[in-house]
Design a protein around this ligand. Structure first.
Ligand code: AMP
Length: 501
C-alpha cells in the first residue's frame, strides 16, 4: 500500500479540520493539504519523475515540507530529506549519492548541485500544487519511500532505505507504545522534519491531528512554550539537549509547559539529573524512545508512567534504562559473534522485526556488516534485565578498554555530571602504552565555576571503582557536536591522539 493514501482517507472524512499550521496561523485544512499534495504528485510525474526515482528535500521546517513528502510518495517516488543544518556541499554529496532527480529547497538553502531545485513557499511551488491531480501510484510494502541519511559521526553518511511498510510499522507503534493520538491533538515540529520528528507526522496525518510548524523553522525554547500554550494538546519529539534547554527556558519564565501534552525524548543519552529535573518541573509529560535510522524510532520505549512514577520500587533503575521492546520488534543482546546472550549480560544490541531496514542504499559492504542472520546489529552496547528493560551502555566503538577491562564512558559521565562545577562532560579513551587505553574527561564548567581536577577526582573516587576514574580532566568551552547535537567523540579522540607525544 502507498502510505500517501493515509492523507486521502483523513481528508475524505475530516476535510475541514485544520491540518497545516505555521505558528498560530492555519495555512491548510485537510482537504486543501490533500489536494495540494495530489497536485504536486501529478506535477512531478509531468516533469518526468518516475516511480522509484529519488526526490530531495533540503529545507528547514515548513508546513509544505509535509506537502512535499506526501506528493513525492503519491507519485511513487522516494523522498530524500536532508538536514537543513548541513553544509551545502554535504547536502550535494547526499543528493548525488541518492541519485536524486530533483530537489525541493527552502528559500535560503541551495545545495551545490546542478539538480533542478524548486523553492518551497514560492509561486512556482504553489503552481505545481495546483496541477490537476491523478490517482496515487500503487506501491508494494517493500518499495522505497524515504532515504534516510545517518548522521555520520564517523565517516560519510549512509542512506538507510525506509520502505512504505517500515513507515506504516513505525507509525503504528506510536499510538501503541508511545502515546495515543486523536484529531484533537497537534504534532509540533520542534526538531528537524528530516529526522524522527518528520516520521511522527504520518500517524498524526492518519488520525487527523494538526501539524504545528514554529514560524522560526528551528528550535527556540520560548517559541515552543508559547505555541504549545496557544494551541493545546501539543506533542513533540526532542533530543535530550533540547529538553534541557526547554526546562531552563520554562524555569526562567515560570511556565509549566501549559498546552504540552507529550514530549518524546531520545536520539542520544538522557542524563538522569536532566530528566528528573524536567519531570519535576513539567510533570508527567515525557516518554522516552530508543531507535536509530536503521530501525527508525521503533526499538524500545519507556512510557509516561515509567518515567514519572517515583513511587515504584524500581523507578530509578527504569528511568536509567531506555524501556522495553516496542510492539513490532525483538530485541536481544549478542556476543562478539552475534549469538544471543542471557538477561543480565552486556553485549551488542540486536533487533529484528517489521520496522528494520532491508539494507543501506547501494552499499552492500556496509549492509553485510550491519544485517547479520536476520538481525540488525545496532552498534550500541547494552544489557536486558529479566523484565525486558534495556539499558544502553554506549556505542560499541566508544567503549574504553583499559587494562583489559571495559569501561563505559556514560557511567563515568553520569557521575561527573552530579558535581556542581560540571555543566557538560564527554569521556573518551586515550592510547596508553601501559593500559592500552586510559580514561580522559573533557569538561565544560558550570557558569562561574572552575574545573578543579583534585575535587573531581575525589568526587569520582567516592562513587565508582578506582580504575574507571579519569586520568586527566581537560577543560573546554564547549563540546564538538554534529548537526543533530550528538557529541563527536571521534574529534575528541583525534585531539588526544594529536596532543599525545
Ligand atoms: P540516528 O540513527 O542518527 O538516529 O542515531 C541513533 C543512535 O542514537 C543510536 O544507535 C543510539 O546510539 C543513540 N540513541 C538513540 N536513542 C537513544 C536513547 N533513548 N538513549 C541513548 N542513546 C540513544
Amino acid at each position: 500500500m502507498n502510505i500517501a493514501l493515509w492523507l486521502d482517507r483523513t481528508a475524505a472524512v475530516m476535510g475541514a479540520r485544520p491540518a497545516l499550521m505555521h505558528g498560530t496561523r492555519v495555512v491548510a485544512d485537510y482537504a486543501t493539504f490533500a489536494r495540494r499534495a495530489a497536485g504536486l504528485a501529478a506535477a512531478l510525474a509531468a516533469r518526468g519523475v518516475a516511480p522509484g526515482d529519488r526526490v530531495g528535500v533540503f529545507a528547514k521546517n515548513l508546513p509544505d515540507y509535509l506537502t512535499c513528502l506526501f506528493g513525492i510518495w503519491r507519485a511513487g517516488a522516494a523522498a530524500v530529506p536532508v538536514n537543513a543544518k548541513l553544509h551545502t556541499k554535504e547536502a550535494a554529496w547526499i543528493l548525488a549519492d541518492a541519485g536524486a532527480v530533483l530537489c525541493f529547497v527552502s528559500a535560503e538553502l541551495a545545495p551545490e548541485t546542478d539538480l533542478p531545485c524548486v523553492p518551497l513557499a514560492s509561486t512556482e511551488f504553489d503552481a505545481l500544487c495546483a496541477t490537476d491531480p491523478a490517482d496515487a501510484v500503487a506501491r508494494e510494502a517493500g518499495d522505497l519511500a524515504w532515504l534516510f541519511y545517518t548522521s555520520g559521526t564517523t565517516g560519510k553518511p549512509k542512506g538507510v532505505q525506509i520502505t512504505h511498510a517500515m513507515l506504516a510499522a513505525t507509525s503504528l507503534c506510536y499510538p501503541v507504545d508511545v502515546d495515543p493520538v486523536t484529531e484533537a491533538d497537534a504534532a509540533l515540529y520542534a526538531a528537524p522534519m528530516s529526522h524522527g520528528a518528520g516520521l511522527y507526522a504520518l500517524i498524526h496525518v492518519r488520525m487527523g491531528a494538526a501539524h504545528l510548524v514554529p514560524a522560526s523553522g528551528g528550535f527556540d525554547a520560548e517559541e515552543v512554550l508559547d505555541l504549545s500554550a496557544a494551541q493545546g494538546s501539543a506533542s513533540m519529539f526532542m533530543a535530550p539537549t533540547m529538553v534541557r534547554r526547554l526546562t531552563d527556558a520554562a524555569r526562567a519564565s515560570g511556565g509549566r509547559g501549559e498546552g504540552i501534552r507529550t514530549i518524546v525524548y531520545g536520539g542520544g543519552p538522557m542524563y538522569r539529573a536532566d530528566i528528573e529535573e524536567a519531570v519535576g518541573w513539567f510533570g508527567p509529560k515525557f516518554v522516552q524512545i530508543y531507535g536509530q535510522g536503521e530501525c527508525p524510532m521503533a526499538i524500545t520505549a519507556l512510557s509516561r508512567a515509567e518515567v514519572a512514577d517515583r513511587t515504584h520500587p524500581r523507578w530509578a533503575e527504569r528511568l536509567a534504562s531506555v524501556g522495553r521492546a516496542q510492539s513490532l520488534v525483538e530485541v536481544a543482546i549478542g556476543d562478539a559473534t552475534g549469538r544471543p546472550l542471557p538477561p543480565g549480560e552486556t553485549g551488542e544490541i540486536m533487533v529484528r522485526g517489521a520496522p528494520v531496514m532491508p539494507g543501506y542504499w547501494r552499499n552492500p559492504e556496509a549492509t553485510a556488516k550491519t544485517l547479520k542472520d536476520g538481525w540488525l546489529m545496532t552498534g550500541d552496547v547494552g544489557r536486558l534485565d529479566a523484565e525486558g528493560y534495556l539499558s544502553l551502555a554506549d556505542r560499541s566503538k566508544d567503549v574504553i578498554i583499559s587494562g583489559g577491562t571495559n569501561i563505559y564512558p556514560r557511567e563515568v559521565e553520569e557521575v561527573l555530571l552530579t558535581h556542581p562545577a560540571v555543566h557538560e562532560v564527554s569521556v573518551v579513551g586515550r592510547p596508553s602504552p601501559e593500559w592500552g587505553e586510559e580514561v580522559v574527561a573533557f569538561v565544560v564548567a558550570a557558569p562561574g565555576a572552575r574545573i578543579d581536577p583534585a575535587a573531581l577526582d575525589a568526587h569520582c573516587l567516592a562513587q565508582m571503582a578506582r580504575f574507571k576514574r579519569p586520568k586527566d580532566y581537560v577543560p573546554v568551552p564547549d563540546l564538538p557536536r554534529n548537526n543533530y547535537g550528538k557529541v563527536l567523540k571521534t574529534e575528541l579522540r583525534d585531539r588526544l591522539r594529536r596532543d599525545t607525544p
